[in-house]
Design a protein around this ligand. Sequence first.
Ligand code: FES
Length: 165
Amino acid sequence: MERRSFLTRAWKTGAGFLAGAGAWTSWDLLRPRNAAGFNAKIRTVSPDTVPANTVLEIPEARAYLTKINDEIVALSEVCSHLGCRVPFCDSSGQFECPCHGSFFNRAGDLQGGPAPRGMDRFKIEIVDGVIEIDTAERESGAPPGTVTINEPPRGPPCTEGGHGA
Ligand code: FES
């Protein structure tokens, strides 16, 4: 009888530990985190350091900062076609997607390729003299045919087929 009682108690204790471990693991996997780049406000740089003729990559926000017509914009580096990362090509001065050949001017306007729209933009705010990119506030890229700036490719592309070459 004592042995049976001992085994029952041991079984219940083990089951309790298992349930606790399972609950802890589930909570640890599912709890919200302080994500660096997703749905978070990312503090970046002073507005003075944003270039007007190229872009500044902000990897934590998966975005680029640039000045378009004296206005600072934050462009998402995620291609509006199927989500590849779109690098900026210094020689052409354009964004060139390596996956399926979409390309965009420095303002993110679609210039060619299968993407359905321009590059998405994030809301920005200047807080204490620093640009904050709000990655939770995304605005869809402009429709094809939009011309925000007149900057044709300034040189050779970085990718085969970049700017239709
Ligand atoms: S993912 Fe960029 S063109 Fe397809």
